[in-house]
Write a protein of this length. Structure first.
Length: 231
């Protein structure tokens, strides 16, 4: 799964160049992004074709939902079923997005310890990338309009498999246009983009348990854990 990630000190200009954005708001550095928070999402306008960053609630509340709290269970959707499930195949065909990040966390269970060890995963060049996501719009009984999103997960690559049996889908830059286009409804082509990213493009290292608490939001969350003397 993907339950925590980062988008640290990336300038608006860098995001604009990487994702070919028309407008980028000033985003504060985030070192411990957690579900139920508002997160930066990239969508492409159907009429204009322009890509913009907008803030959406993390935890998908489908348009057909009876209550808002369903979003607590929808922070991730599985790539293997997202195009078939009646409740989500519409979003997969028509409401896809990119979720910019520069790293994410998983938790390992070392043989010598009963406590899980947080691990930070990022590109080996430390550059931003994008998760594949879906979004939807829900109107509450009192008329509130909430836009929300989810991150799609897939089978893990060789780097992630010792940590977890799922990993977030990372969309390659060469596929951004294909993924974002509101006019692209080719399910089979889109499904091919949901493969695990190559292990050699990523690196992983242990970090401090302070990341376990989402209220901790500073560079110490991603600092490599100091190894004991003599190791």
């Amino acid at each position: 799964m993907c339950g925590r990630y980062t988008l640290t000190e990336v300038s608006p200009e860098a995001l604009r160049k990487i994702f070919l954005l028309q407008h980028v708001p000033e985003l504060r550095p985030r070192y411990n992004i957690a579900p139920s928070q508002d997160i930066a999402v990239i969508r492409e306008g159907r009429d204009t074709g322009a890509r913009n960053v907008e803030m959406l609630h993390w935890g998908l509340i489908p348009s057909w939902a009876k209550e808002e709290k369903i979003g607590n269970r929808m922070i991730n959707l599985r790539a293997e079923t997202v195009a078939q499930k009646p409740g989500f195949k519409g979003a997969f065909r028509y409401r896809r997005c990119l979720i910019p990040a520069d790293g994410f966390y998983e938790w390992a269970l070392p043989d010598s310890s009963p406590r899980k060890q947080p691990v930070y995963i990022r590109r080996i060049d430390a550059q931003p990338f994008a998760f594949g996501g879906l979004w939807d719009r829900w109107v509450s009984p009192d008329g509130a309009d909430i836009e929300s999103c989810t991150i799609i997960t897939t089978q893990p690559n060789n780097l992630i498999s010792p940590l977890h049996d799922r990993m977030p889908v990372i969309i390659g830059p060469q596929n951004y246009a294909e993924w974002l286009s509101p006019e692209n409804h080719d399910t089979q082509t889109l499904l091919r983009l949901l493969a695990p990213s190559p292990s050699e493009e990523l690196e992983a290292y242990p970090v401090s348990p302070i990341v376990n608490n989402p209220r901790n939001e500073d560079p110490a969350c991603i600092a490599p854990l100091a190894q004991p003397s003599g190791q």
